[in-house]
Design a protein around this ligand. Structure first.
Ligand code: GLN
Length: 196
């Protein structure tokens, strides 16, 4: 079985848990979900999620609780991380907002609350690299990716904006992939990437 840690200091946790379980069952794999609120549990996790929510709050709490350095070590060990929306802001190399203490584990620059200025939130179908069917993506006050490093693969764009990236072992999305009952992003992040 796979042990999946979801950073649960703030933000949407249970929808991610269900999405990982659905992805796992497609691979005949049982998933043990661990909600991470304190230090000491991440070393036992095979994969991690930093969910959406409020990036200033999430980053403050993970530093306070000693979780931040454990996430960095997890990624340095080459273990998969899915970072979505506020989670991508927290994980990013550079955030154009000094209230976020970002981790620098995915080589992108992001700007908060800058995507889809006309509409705070919307749902659309996206073509994602390597996926046969389009993916139902929910955008909620999403960040804008303003720059990506050389090693970063763009997995999806919406109009001309980058909305999903892979910087192994991290997958980042500016949208919420967990809210529609789809699980292909979790599949890509955790089951295609986990070595046999
Ligand atoms: N706007 C939020 C932030 O900057 C992110 C929104 C979300 O995660 N849905 O933290």
């Amino acid at each position: 079985s796979l042990t999946a840690g979801i950073i649960a200091v703030q933000g949407n946790v249970s929808e991610h848990a269900r999405a990982i379980e659905r992805a796992g069952s497609g691979h005949g794999e049982t998933v043990d979900v661990v909600e991470i609120r304190t230090a000491g549990h991440i070393p036992e996790c095979d994969v991690l999620v930093i969910p959406g929510g409020e990036s200033t709050t999430i980053s403050r709490l993970i530093h306070q609780e000693g979780i931040a350095s454990e996430i960095v070590t997890h990624v340095e060990r080459g273990k998969p991380l899915l970072a979505t929306c506020a989670g991508l802001i927290v994980a990013a190399r550079d955030v154009q907002d000094e209230r976020v203490e970002n981790l620098g584990v995915v080589d992108v620059t992001v700007k908060r609350n800058a995507f889809g200025r006309q509409k705070d939130s919307f749902e659309t179908r996206l073509d994602i690299r390597g996926m046969e069917e389009s993916f139902p993506a929910v955008f909620i006050r999403a960040p804008l990716v303003t720059d990506v490093g050389d090693g970063v693969e763009v997995l999806a764009s919406h109009d001309d904006d980058i909305v999903a990236v892979r910087d192994p072992p991290v997958i980042g999305t500016v949208f919420h992939p967990e809210l529609t009952g789809a699980s292909q992003i979790h599949d890509l992040a955790f089951f295609d990437a986990v070595p046999e």
